[in-house]
Design a protein around this ligand. Structure first.
Ligand code: S3P
Length: 427
């Protein structure tokens, strides 16, 4: 699908954002591992999270969905059955990495596979520590890539210093640790989102966090909890940047998840001169939630050194658009992880924004932008099959001269299926 987007004079109104992808994945998988019935409200209906739901069902767990409500009847680990077919994780790294932790300690054989993009993403980061726990797991190219073949086996807890800050790897090891013998201790090198810790604690796991160390003692049964998923801050980010850079805009974005490990984008944009305010702060299911008010403003360049990258990793493509619209120089460093996301996001952002006239230079671990809002020109650009690249280019198009045609625009179905409709509605 090709989407044509033209410049806008202003974006105004009130909106809700599609539900949080990370929390939706976890809500279904953890409920499947718990004992009892859970109702999940405001589950994200998108390709990635539907992959998780279907993998859970393929392991014999009773899970039913009507609209955005999902009911899961968990019977603990013992309720999981050997899947008769491969578990297809589609485009979702979160699904593959979390399931590998669950399946490593199961009593059966399973295979995890994904689409072309996912089967090119690094899996050694989960295979290596899982093997230290005793797992029997293999992947293509000597354990580098999926498909992954897993012979479930009893595991032992380990103490592990994670080489990269990654919530997916951390979650994989915690899930494996739940079935292991002895404690699992994880030392994180930097902040990553902690939805897994919050949800497992709420379900009764014996898990404690001190500084950057997580200690999990196995043994406690998980108890099913009803969960309401907040709006996804990573999806809200596209509208935060859009309303900041399109003149005369004002948006109210309601019910957005504000987990501190996800809010980097708000503080970065505000440091760039944006006017984003948080209202109606509250807590829901252990997570911080609030409403965001954003008004257009003149942005200035910023340098990001990567020290807290886990709090804004998924928002860097759209932050690059904010940097292009800002006056002055911006630099992103320490963001090498972007090269192993759904696509190489450093290369994709630099290539496509350059095509739109932006002065952006690729570095190994990031990029340099010399911003000037009048430099953006409509062009034919590519999503690279990556949802966040497609939406970032749409935001850039809102201030570009002429029309921008975005190829492979259906990629938004991965995380934010209502994106094009919402953009249209705010016209
Ligand atoms: C996610 C963690 C992040 C993020 C991804 C979702 C999660 O990946 O980029 O979109 O739900 O745990 P890493 O853990 O690899 O940094």
């Amino acid at each position: 699908m090709i989407k044509a987007v033209s410049a806008r004079t202003r974006l105004r109104g009130e909106m809700t954002i599609d539900p949080d992808k990370s929390i939706s994945h976890r809500s279904v998988l953890f409920s499947a591992l718990a004992h009892g019935d859970a109702q999940i409200n405001n589950f994200l209906i998108a390709e990635d999270t539907l992959s998780t739901l279907s993998c859970v069902q393929r392991m014999g767990v009773r899970a039913k969905r009507e609209g955005r409500t999902v009911w899961v009847s968990g019977q603990g680990w013992e309720g999981l059955r050997e899947p008769a077919t491969i578990l297809d994780c589609g485009n979702s790294g979160t699904t593959m990495r979390m399931f590998s932790g669950v399946l490593a300690g199961s009593r059966f054989f399973s295979i995890l596979s994904g689409d072309e993009s996912l089967n090119r993403r690094p899996m050694r980061r989960v295979i290596e520590p899982l093997k230290k726990m005793g797992a029997r797991i293999q992947g293509r190219s000597g354990g580098t890539y999926a498909p992954l073949a897993i012979n479930g086996t009893p595991l032992r807890g380990i103490s592990y210093d994670m080489p990269v800050a990654s919530a997916q790897v951390k979650s994989c090891l915690l899930l494996a640790g739940l079935q292991a013998e002895g404690a699992t201790i994880i030392n994180e090198p930097g902040i990553s989102r902690n939805h897994t810790e919050i949800m497992l604690q709420a379900m009764g796991a014996d898990l404690s966090v001190r500084d950057m160390t997580i200690t999990l003692q196995p043994g406690n049964k998980l108890h099913a909890q009803d969960i309401t998923v907040p709006g996804d801050i990573s999806s809200a980010a596209f509208f935060l940047v859009a309303a900041s850079i399109v003149p005369d805009s004002e948006l109210l974005i309601k019910d957005v998840g504000l987990n501190p490990g996800r809010c980097g984008v708000i503080s970065i944009l505000n440091q760039m001169g944006a006017a984003i305010q948080i209202e109606n702060r509250r807590r829901s299911c252990g997570e911080e939630v609030g409403d965001l008010v954003v008004k257009s403003s003149a942005l200035k360049g910023i340098s990001l050194d990567g020290s807290t990258i886990g709090t804004y990793i998924d928002e860097i493509p759209v932050l690059a658009v904010a940097m292009a619209a800002a006056e002055g120089r911006s630099e992103v460093s320490g963001a090498g992880e972007l090269r192993v996301k759904e696509t190489d996001r450093i290369e994709a952002v630099c290539k496509e924004l350059s095509t739109m006239g932006v002065d952006i230079t690729e570095k190994d671990d990031g990029f340099i932008v010399n911003g000037s809002r009048n430099s953006l020109k409509g062009a034919v650009v590519e999503s690279h099959g990556d949802h966040r690249i497609a939406m970032s280019l749409a935001v850039a198009a809102l201030i570009a001269e002429g029309v921008t045609s975005i190829r492979d625009a259906q990629a938004v179905e991965i995380s934010f299926p209502r994106f094009w409709d919402e953009l249209e509605r705010l016209r």
